[in-house]
Design a protein around this ligand. Structure first.
Ligand code: MN
Length: 259
């Protein structure tokens, strides 16, 4: 199995290295990751400037490609032929913070897996639910171990078209993780605050600040699983249509347009 590894925190991030080393136990690995941090960059398609790619190596000497494109650009480049050998799976991460509920369309980690799905490849995003204010060096080892197990199992099944997997892993020792739950997206509670300040010329600028998001730890959701100490695997479909609401909308008064 030929696995493409990317991330949104940049090619030098330790979460990427941990995922690469884990994937090397599962198959042949190619790395193509951004040359800088694209966290919360959303699903990007770079069309109005050239994208450059160069060769580099990870901290353990593993050869890697890095580009000045977004995570989703890295996946598109690889899928469209920059990587000549056919890719069997795309994995993204390990992001140092959880990507749950409404985070998924903001997340560069998850949108890389979305880009895989759009290109007809199985894509899996991995995120570690570590606290924003964790002091010291984070151990991505347990999450990398779990990523290996999940990729091996996912490889045995054909993911449906336009479907990706979003995995969140509790920030616990391996032996303290209670198990795995297949979940749906939960409800994030953002605590954003608009911060307005003046620049040195007296002109206002704005910053989206505030505290880290919380969430509703409802049973059956990704947020609930994190809250209970379980690995969360959420299958995500790229069809965002509100199917349930289509019937209701047939009853709206569309005037002349309704026929
Ligand atoms: Mn990130």
């Amino acid at each position: 199995m030929h696995i493409l590894v990317t991330n949104d925190d940049g090619v030098t991030h330790p979460g990427l290295l941990a995922l690469v080393q884990s994937m090397q136990q599962v198959g042949e690995v190619t790395v193509l990751a951004p040359d800088r941090n694209w966290s919360a960059s959303g699903h990007v398609k770079t069309l109005h400037r050239p994208i450059r790619v160069r060769q580099t190596e990870l901290a353990d000497g593993t050869p890697a490609f890095t580009s000045d494109g977004a995570p989703s650009d890295c996946v598109a480049l690889a899928a469209l032929g920059f990587i000549e050998k056919p890719i069997d799976m795309v994995v993204s991460g390990i992001n140092p913070y959880a990507n749950m509920g409404d985070d998924v369309t903001y997340s560069g980690t998850v949108t890389a897996a979305m880009e895989a799905a759009i290109n007809g490849l199985p894509g899996i995003a991995f995120s570690l639910d570590s606290p924003l204010d964790f002091p010291g060096v984070k151990d991505f080892g347990p999450a990398a171990n779990i990523a290996g197990q999940i990729v091996k199992e996912a490889a045995k099944h054909e993911l449906p078209r336009n479907t990706l997997l979003n995995v969140n892993i509790p920030f616990l020792f391996l032996e303290d993780i209670k198990g795995l739950r297949v979940t749906r997206l939960g409800l994030r509670v953002y605590r954003n605050e608009l911060v307005r300040r003046d620049d040195p010329y007296g002109r206002p600028y704005y910053w989206i600040g505030g505290e880290a998001p919380t969430g509703v730890p409802e049973e059956g959701t990704d947020i609930g699983a994190m809250n209970d100490g379980y690995v969360s695997v959420t299958p995500i479909h790229m069809d965002m249509s509100a199917h349930d609401y289509m019937d209701e909308m047939q009853h709206w008064d569309w005037g002349n347009l309704g026929g």
